[in-house]
Design a protein around this ligand. Sequence first.
Ligand code: ZN
Length: 148
Amino acid sequence: MAAARKALLEERSRLRDELAIAIEAPGQMTYGSQAAAATHVFEQQRDLALRGRSENQLALVEAALARIDDGRFGACVRCGQPVAPERLEALPWAEHCIDCARLRSGSRRHRPNGSSASLRSAKPPGDSRASPCGPHWSRTDRPNAPTS
Ligand SMILES: [Zn+2]
């Protein structure tokens, strides 16, 4: 238990550092070329994805620390069964026993971010080809309308 708490506290400070760095990242640089701008957008999206993951992780770590304080640490939050010690050793912030974790990951698959972003940015909302009456969205509503 003390080891888990220590690991959680270390993970929490690591994640907080990581998130603090992400906040300070410069967002207002000028770029000489479209390629650089595109790279910048890509990096921003990647940073956002990483940041979201760090925030989720931080929330898990803080919830686990709260469970230690409450004396509920080590019990699955879904079924209440004890989480295997080796699992807690590897993932002290684990909320679920291995069975529940498997159930969750089976029902809700996470896709790595990246391929969906490029598909999404090129298309207007809705599929205009499907409508015989023409597009219902106006030009000014386009998500990536040219600004220059
Ligand atoms: Zn469970």
